[in-house]
Design a protein around this ligand. Structure first.
Ligand code: PGA
Length: 257
């Protein structure tokens, strides 16, 4: 199994707001900007992915700050008759730099399979942005001892040769840890992250070492430091705790130490 080549990758702390946030949330994001403005750990990237309705206003507020804006999903086509969908080029046009694809809530609520996730990630990359591709096993799969097999299948079939460490980030999010308050142990996280690194090295050669692998699933200020210092963990994908400036800033603290 590959060892962590001492974390040369720039960590990414990404907030996934899911279906949360109204106009009044602009104040929360302004507060976060205030907290990190002069106190951003060296070479740490901060990303917020609000719902589509807030992307333009967040982008406006965050334009010259250290926080970048992303989206939570996109369609794989550039445009056309797809009522209710948003394309990657629209998101790039709105100022997004990243798009999350294949989140487990999309995979389950909208029946997205690995092939769909791959097409979406390619659309994100073709539009000049970076894709955050999520993978993760369910509780049943973990209990059945199938975790690594599930991760391997999702990773192989959601990524393509068009991807590189420059345009793609992987997020490991065990489904049973999302929004439940249950966090995977550091040992379990390292096992899966080291495994993902090995698969990336196999598939992308030398560049495999450059991919960032985020951990997601009930990350909060109290557990961020131990999770973020684990082998092959290059940042966090944070749901609930990214909604409050103080909490998200507390997670970013893991990179201030
Ligand atoms: P959580 O969500 O931090 O609320 O568990 C993480 C995610 O789903 O991205």
């Amino acid at each position: 199994m590959s060892q962590d080549s001492n974390k040369k990758r720039t960590p990414l702390a990404a907030g996934n707001w899911k279906m949360n946030g109204l106009k009044e949330s602009i104040a929360e994001i302004a507060a976060l900007d205030g907290l990190i403005e002069n106190n951003l750990p060296a070479s740490c990237e901060i990303l917020i992915c609000p719902p589509f309705t807030l992307i333009m206003s967040f982008q406006h507020i965050l334009r010259d700050t250290k926080i970048t804006v992303g989206a939570q999903d996109c369609h794989w086509q550039e445009g056309g008759a797809h009522t209710g969908d948003i394309s990657a080029i629209m998101l790039a046009d709105a100022g997004c730099e990243y798009v999350i694809v294949g989140h487990s809530e999309r995979r389950s609520d909208h029946h997205e399979d690995n092939g769909t996730v791959m097409k979406k990630a390619e659309a994100v990359i073709n539009a000049g942005m970076k894709a955050i591709i999520c993978v993760g096993e369910s509780e049943k799969e973990r209990e059945a001892g199938a975790t690594l097999r599930i991760i391997e299948n999702q990773l192989k079939n959601s990524t393509s040769k068009a991807m590189s460490s420059e345009n793609t980030v992987i997020a490991y999010e065990p489904v049973w840890a999302i929004g439940t308050g249950k966090t995977a142990s550091v040992k379990d996280v390292e096992e899966v992250h080291n495994f993902i690194r090995m698969l990336l090295n196999e598939r992308f050669g030398e560049d495999g070492e450059g991919f960032r692998i985020l951990y997601g699933g009930s990350v909060k200020p109290a557990n961020a430091e131990s999770l973020m210092s684990a082998s092959n963990v290059d940042g966090a994908l944070v749901g609930g705790a990214s909604l409050k400036a103080d909490d998200f800033n507390g997670i970013i603290d893991a990179y201030r130490k």
